[in-house]
Ligand binder design. Structure first.
Ligand SMILES: *Cc1c(COP(=O)(O)O)cnc(C)c1O
Ligand code: SF4
Length: 361
């Protein structure tokens, strides 16, 4: 058995373990696990310093998960927007393909809490149907493999999926969304990297939420992927009590760049049932972006976005830098809050098309 597989087997899955280590109510944890499973790789569990810290909050079940009946199970309507099972085709030229419902860790805030670790898995036949859909829709040039976590599949099964996609001429890029570099870094083996690099262009978005998740092990995992020529991005979720302040976020973004991971999205928490206790007000995210933009490296600033409830897709949010776009000038504020003016060209003479574009948006 590969090292990462035995690491995964050694994960914390029972309330009694946490109860012994921290004196909390293990039965209560198990009660939550009966609804939403728990799995915490030992590596990640060992990053906890104390009960309730940002590592704990992301990994250890809270009874609050069961007291959130109002929210929806699938607020993004991913299942409704599925032409074939486990494939979501929401944007014109790209699709989301779920290839497994297993994860190295069952994150407490997960948007796909309705399915991860609960259902009966995703069969090879379902995946084959998804690939067939992509083959018959040549407008799809970008395929996102997600789950669950695609790197829970063996190298062999993953290679089968990626090589089938590569055999479709209209598929330009393949992206993998995975939390393994953060929670199970031993999964990023040389064999995996050597397999992936055969199918370039492959992009990989990983998922770190707190600077304490960046360790020598997770850094080595990201560097192995980067050395295989895979551009790395990070999707971070904004969460109350975990990372909802500018100082923590800035430290996280800087540490990501140190391991050649470029911040990509910062997501406002979704309305998924069982995760409401992580939600923040939207102003908190805007304040964080305001504290980053201009104050640090431009590419250390992720795009803040809300995935619109009801399946509207990702809507980018920006602090109000533009005050007015007038006929004659644009009035704006810079990162220090100072006001500046930019004169417009004559709209009637040559800017007609641009003007129309702004209005039509
Ligand atoms: C996020 C997402 C994508 C990819 O969006 P990008 O902005 O290109 O990263 C595609 N499909 C679905 C359903 C998504 O949720
Ligand atoms: S690894 Fe991703 S899909 Fe799996 S539980 Fe965590 S956030 Fe959800």
């Amino acid at each position: 058995m590969e090292q990462w597989m035995s690491d995964l087997r050694n994960s914390v899955t029972k309330g009694s373990t946490i109860s012994q280590d921290y004196g909390v109510d293990g039965a209560e944890i198990d009660e939550v696990c009966a609804e939403y499973p728990m799995r915490i790789p030992r590596y990640y569990y060992d990053l906890i310093r104390e009960q309730g810290d940002p590592i704990w909050m992301q990994s250890v079940p809270s009874i609050q998960e069961l007291h959130d009946e109002a929210a929806e199970e699938d607020p993004l309507h991913e299942d409704e927007d599925s032409p074939v099972p486990r494939l979501t085709h929401r944007y014109p030229d790209r699709v989301l393909l779920l290839v497994t419902d297993r994860c190295p860790m069952y994150c407490r805030f997960c948007t796909r809490k309705r399915m991860v670790g609960r259902a009966g898995g995703i069969s090879e036949k379902t995946i084959a149907l998804g690939i067939e859909y992509i083959r018959s829709h040549p407008e799809v040039r970008d395929v996102l493999l997600s789950g669950g976590d695609p790197l829970m599949l063996s190298d062999r099964r993953l290679e089968h999926i990626i090589s089938s996609l590569r055999a479709i001429p209209s598929v330009e890029i393949v992206r993998i969304g995975t939390r393994t570099p953060c929670v199970l870094p031993s999964r990023i083996t040389d064999d995996l990297c050597n397999m992936l690099r055969k199918y370039h262009p492959i992009f990989l978005n990983t998922h770190f939420n707190h600077p304490r998740e960046i360790t020598p092990a997770s850094r080595a995992a990201c560097e192995r992927l980067a050395n295989a020529g895979i551009p790395l991005g990070c999707q971070t979720v904004l969460m109350k009590g975990v990372n909802d302040n500018p100082a923590t976020m800035k430290e996280l973004m800087h540490k990501l760049l140190l391991m050649r991971v470029r911040p990509y999205y910062l997501y406002q928490a979704d309305l998924t049932r069982g995760t409401n206790h992580f939600r923040t007000r939207v102003e908190i995210g805007l304040d964080i972006i305001r504290a980053l933009r201009g104050h640090t490296t431009g590419f250390a600033v992720p795009q803040f976005a809300i995935d619109a409830p009801g399946g509207g897709g990702k809507v980018p949010l920006l602090p109000e830098y533009v005050q007015t776009i007038g006929e004659d000038e644009v009035v704006m504020r810079n990162f220090e809050g100072r006001e500046y003016r930019y004169p417009q060209v004559d709209g009637a003479a040559e800017g007609g098309e641009n003007e129309a574009r702004v209005i039509n948006f």
